[in-house]
Design a protein around this ligand. Structure first.
Ligand code: WT7
Length: 650
């Protein structure tokens, strides 16, 4: 990434941790020194936070890189660590999940409840012929049974493959086939935007092409009519009638815990494989460290879907292994009204909130008066994940959700890393808006140039991980060579994350988006993230997406799509004036080289179902091509809105 732009984003605001949080933080600055001195010893101490049936012989076997084995010879049961040990310690009455259905129905599950249900589900799976090592596909809405199904698989040593409930029959078919799943756990449907949304018909369509599937277990959620076949079994007739006693058997630390498919933006999905001991160690410790979670007093809420890795690590395994009380919400943020999230924070007195930049920017667009209408005084810590958070979105989050005072942890990680890797520690780090700051203790990240040389402070390049970490992916399911090729071949001996990044003058890390998205304008590498952040720093812009479009003179030219905030007038001349102003604003903020050739004001941006902007489609628009594959879009009508535009021009 170019020198020219590496330092142009002059973000100088910095916020120290609140004194009280710092004084009582779960993790202090000492951890950095401790881990730097003895990284493996550090991770071994974090592994000791779990209950092991058999102690490991060796912390890390890295004799055949990039194939790592952590806690070699150790044995444990993940479900035991998430449930039984809390119940055995007398904490069975603690609420594990405050569940809120989209229509407003609620359920409260204590650790004892969750334990009982999981034991029943484990017995039911065994009765259906599921054995350790078998794969089970889970295709469920955000209901407690999703967590129960995952934990029941872990309990019997079956490897789960959760498929996001919004995916099509084709996507589900591919994933079931790739893993040869024996059982599918699904529901009749879930609620979305105020209506029942069916799941079972999609499963029926998929299973028709998946001979490996022997049984389909169906949770009744909506009560809508469903077609029924010989393979189908109702959850309430199978699981809820099963014996509630089940003794969890320990599994090897490297036993496969789950497969989760990442689609990337283009290629064939990759089945990312995570195993047992190292994964749980890091998911559990990072929950404790990064969210400063106090299980006795905090109410934690991660707004992700269980279909993404964030839901795996920070709804199921991280919080439950720590004995947390959490909120789980089924639906969308604007059903039945745009204040639904804040209403939930208010109702359950949420103290730790973990959400995504896409959501924060949506809230910015809807206006600050919406969160202002609710009592958010219970909040004490805010988190962000999934994309770079623009400094202005960060400031908005702190100001309008965080009462101008709460710490924000901007957490960088990936499906592949399994757990948070780069993030502030809330009681230690003086945060900068827009920066994920520093690798966590025990994590060795760096920014390198094309040649794989570490860049000096002030420089930009590629984000890499230099040392193995406990929750790292072990391979791509069934495809070791693709694993090596994708992650370990770009730079010798380093894990290549696929993200651009820079180090600021203090050595703090700023993520700049996927390297595939970097633009090359007149020989300068320009990060889409930086131009987007510059646009969002203008008071009239809520959200922006930037792409490089082929240009006869500059190679690529910057084309921006911007969503105006709230009541901004964008009709006719006012729109043209705003566009001119925004182009100058970017030039002033980042330098003339970054001035967009063209800005289009649009009502929406195309996003994947996990909230990432689909720049590929915007490039099609910018280059006047017909649109490519739109099937992974969250809302396919968005592209019509964008192509017709709200205003346009150069
Ligand atoms: C990619 C991984 C990690 C769980 C959710 C996404 C981007 C993620 C951040 C962040 C900047 C981020 C990266 C990464 N990303 N968090 N805090 N700042 N970028 O998991 O779908 O595997 O995506 O999301 O580009 O590589 P995923």
């Amino acid at each position: 990434m170019s020198e020219a732009l590496a330092n142009l984003l002059n973000e100088t605001r910095q916020f120290p941790p609140p004194a009280e949080l710092a004084a009582n933080a779960n993790v202090t600055a000492d951890s950095y020194a401790e881990a730097a001195e003895d990284r493996l010893g550090f991770w071994a101490r974090q592994a000791e936070r779990l209950t092991w049936a058999k102690q490991w012989d060796e912390v890390l076997d890295w004799s055949h890189p990039p194939f790592a084995k952590w806690f070699v010879g150790g044995q444990l049961n993940v479900a035991y660590n998430c449930l039984d040990r809390h119940v055995e310690a007398g904490r069975g009455d603690r609420v594990a999940i405050h569940w809120e259905g989209e229509p407003g129905d609620t359920r409260t599950l204590t650790y004892a409840d969750l334990h009982r249900l999981t034991c029943q589900a484990a017995n039911a799976l065994t009765e259906l012929g599921v054995e350790a090592g078998d794969r089970v596909a889970i295709y469920l809405p955000m209901i407690p049974e999703a967590a129960v199904a995952m934990l029941a698989c872990a309990r019997v040593g079956a490897t789960h493959s959760v498929v996001f409930g919004g995916f099509s029959a084709d996507a589900l078919t591919n994933r079931i086939q790739d893993a040869s799943a024996k059982v599918v756990i699904t529901a009749d449907g879930g609620y979305r935007r105020g209506k029942p949304s069916a799941l079972k018909p999609t499963v029926d369509e998929a299973v028709a092409n998946c001979p490996s599937v022997e049984h389909v277990l169906v949770v009744r959620r909506t009560g809508e009519e469903v077609a029924w076949s010989a393979k189908d079994r109702w959850w309430h007739e199978t699981v809820e009638t099963a014996a509630p006693e089940h003794t969890a058997q320990p599994f090897d630390a490297e036993h496969p815990l789950f497969i989760l498919y990442t689609s990337g933006t283009t290629a064939r999905p990759k089945g990312i494989l995570h195993t047992t001991g190292g994964y749980l160690t890091q998911a559990s410790w990072t929950t404790h460290a990064v969210f400063d979670l106090k299980p006795e007093t905090d109410v934690y809420w991660c707004t992700a879907d269980i279909g993404w890795v964030t839901g795996h690590s920070y709804i199921v395994y991280g919080p439950l292994s720590n004995g947390a009380t959490q909120v789980m919400y089924e639906g969308t943020p604007d059903t039945p009204h745009k204040g639904r999230f804040w209403e939930i924070v208010d109702k359950y007195k949420v103290s730790i909130l973990y959400t995504a930049p896409t959501l924060i920017r949506t809230m910015m667009k809807w206006g600050e008066e919406i969160p202002a209408g609710f009592d958010l005084s219970s909040l004490r810590l805010l988190g962000s994940v999934g994309e770079p958070i623009n400094p202005e979105a960060w400031m908005w989050y702190r100001q309008h959700v965080g009462k101008g005072a709460l710490p924000i942890v901007d957490t960088w990680w990936q499906t592949e890393t399994g757990a948070i890797m780069i993030s502030p520690l809330p009681g230690v780090t003086e945060t900068k808006p827009g920066s994920a700051m520093t690798p966590l203790p025990g994590v060795v990240a760096d920014v390198v140039d094309d040649q794989g040389q570490s860049v000096p402070n002030g420089g930009g390049g590629y984000l890499v991980l230099r040392e193995p970490w406990p929750s790292m992916l072990r391979t791509i399911w069934g495809d070791d060579s693709r694993f090596i090729e994708t992650y370990w071949s770009r730079f010798e001996g380093m894990y290549f994350a696929g993200d651009g990044a820079k180090k600021d003058d203090d050595g703090h890390i700023w993520l700049l988006g996927r390297v595939d998205d970097v633009m090359l304008v007149s020989g300068h590498n320009i990060s889409t993230t930086e131009v987007e952040s510059a646009l969002v720093s203008h008071p009239s812009v809520a959200e922006a997406a930037v792409v490089g479009a082929t240009d006869p003179t500059t190679g690529q030219a910057i084309v921006a799509f911007a969503i105006p905030r709230g009541t901004t007038d964008v009709t006719g001349e006012a729109g043209e004036k705003l566009i001119a102003e925004l182009r100058n604003h970017v030039a002033r903020t980042l330098g003339p080289i970054a001035k967009p050739r063209q800005i289009m004001l649009v009502p929406e941006l195309p996003k994947t179902r996990s909230g990432k902007i689909m720049r590929r489609l915007l490039r099609d628009v910018a280059e006047n091509r017909s649109l490519g594959d739109v099937t992974t879009l969250q809302d396919s009508s968005v592209m019509d809105l964008i192509s017709s535009g709200m205003g346009g021009g150069k």
